[in-house]
Design a protein around this ligand. Structure first.
Ligand code: FAD
Length: 370
């Protein structure tokens, strides 16, 4: 069968990878939006200690995190060693020890049906500093050994390379969906028209424009995020854990002194791709408050990406009402690197008319259609 995937972020790349592995005929179209969420994201995989109580959301992030180790192993077997993924553990920090004790309880409870969480360990401020030397003094923590970090751009590229090796084609261009008088859909990229048995829309924050010609008002909102990349000289940082301090900021470490501090949450600014003074100030001041030892790091770059949110901050997955040949997933929001590869594999199953391993009724697309 022929499948066309529109959008090569983490979701489209994962779907393409899976379908190509199954021997399907896959074409991926991407217009290389500079604000693609996936290229900006650097990438905490640690859903278990979140206080968010929405069960439908938790089911996706839990399954998403559990899906990773096998995926990475499979990619490595193919020779893809640069996936940007490492299970370095995560350290959640707080100045109030009681909050950390509650976190341990929450995590232990969730571990009962999520053994991938690994070891949950309460750490003193000194132990925290040993694991992450630049951190501020006096912060105790909870360490979760099963947590990981992933570089979204590196993983997406590895998935696309694998898909290509298995026969997929990538076209860089702006796609639109058209429906003819007989109700048959096709895809137009520049002047070329493509037909497919299934059209899979993984267009992130831009999906509404793609569906507008079908008279579908798709409710996706873009949330702008800025994220700063720092470099520490002469430090071996590849094994440093993900740091999740109090509040909405976090710090991730990659090999060769690379530290990533993110991210801003900017609503209602549209697709403004600029790095702003206030965004950079917020990122750096929070990073240095949490980790004063970063004050001498070099500033390498600030990236910008747009998180796609659908109503109630809950992803939607399924076939488009009235257009059964069009499949879509969207709304991966702030946890799309965690759940993206898993949802991609579910989308691939849907395109192959195989049974799903999730309760799809929780994520119906109609929830995001006005
Ligand atoms: P995208 O990655 O945005 O991809 C959509 C693609 O569609 C784009 O490449 C675009 O070019 C293409 N497209 C759109 N319209 C068209 C068209 N008409 N024709 C052709 N192509 C088109 N998640 C985590 O789990 N953990 C984290 O720590 C984390 N941190 C993040 C930090 C930042 C700064 C950001 C921005 C996000 C973060 N996320 C994180 C969230 C995660 O990155 C996103 O949820 C996820 O990447 C969304 O993937 P996507 O494939 O749906 O969309």
């Amino acid at each position: 069968k022929n499948h066309i995937i529109i959008g090569a972020g983490i979701l489209g790349a994962s779907t393409a990878y899976k379908l190509a592995q199954e021997g399907e005929n896959v074409t991926i179209i991407d217009r290389q939006e500079p604000g693609q969420a996936t290229q900006a994201a650097a990438g905490i995989i640690c859903p278990w200690i979140s206080q968010r109580r929405n069960k439908a959301w938790y089911a996706l992030v839990k399954a998403g995190a559990a899906y990773y180790p096998k995926l990475i192993q499979d990619l490595e077997k193919e020779g893809e060693s640069d996936t940007g993924y490492a299970q370095v553990g995560a350290l959640s920090l707080h100045s109030d020890g009681k909050k950390l004790d509650e976190m341990v309880k929450r995590a232990e409870k969730r571990k009962l049906d999520a053994p991938e969480i690994g070891e949950i360990t309460r750490l003193s401020a000194l132990e925290v500093q040993e694991l992450f030397p630049p951190i501020a003094e006096g912060l105790e923590g909870v360490h979760v050994s099963g947590a990981a970090r992933v570089d979204g751009a590196a993983l997406k590229d590895a998935l696309l390379r694998s898909a290509k090796r298995n026969g997929a084609t990538i076209i860089y261009g702006d796609a639109s969906i058209q429906i003819d008088d007989q109700g048959k859909s096709s895809i137009l990229v520049d002047q070329t028209r493509y037909h497919a048995d299934s059209i899979i829309v993984t267009a992130g924050a831009w999906a509404d424009t793609l569906l507008a010609p079908l008279n579908i008002q798709f409710n996706v909102k873009a949330q702008k995020a800025q994220i700063v990349h720092l470099e520490l000289q002469d430090q071996e940082t590849s094994e440093w854990p993900v740091i999740m301090p109090q509040g909405d900021q976090y710090l991730l470490s990659f090999p060769d002194g690379q530290i990533v501090a993110g991210a801003t949450h900017e609503d209602e600014v549209g697709f403004d791709e600029r790095v702003t003074a206030s965004g950079t100030l917020e990122l750096l001041s929070k990073a240095l408050t949490h980790a004063p030892g970063l004050s001498d790091a070099s500033v390498k770059t600030v990236k910008v990406g747009f998180r796609p949110f659908t109503p109630n901050f809950l992803p939607v997955i399924g076939r488009l009402p009235g257009h059964p040949e069009i499949l879509l997933a969207n709304g991966l929001g702030a946890s799309g690197l965690t759940m993206g590869p898993y949802i991609g594999s579910e989308l691939a199953k849907m395109a192959l008319v195989q049974d799903s391993s999730i309760d799809l009724s929780l994520y119906e697309i109609s929830q995001a259609i006005e």
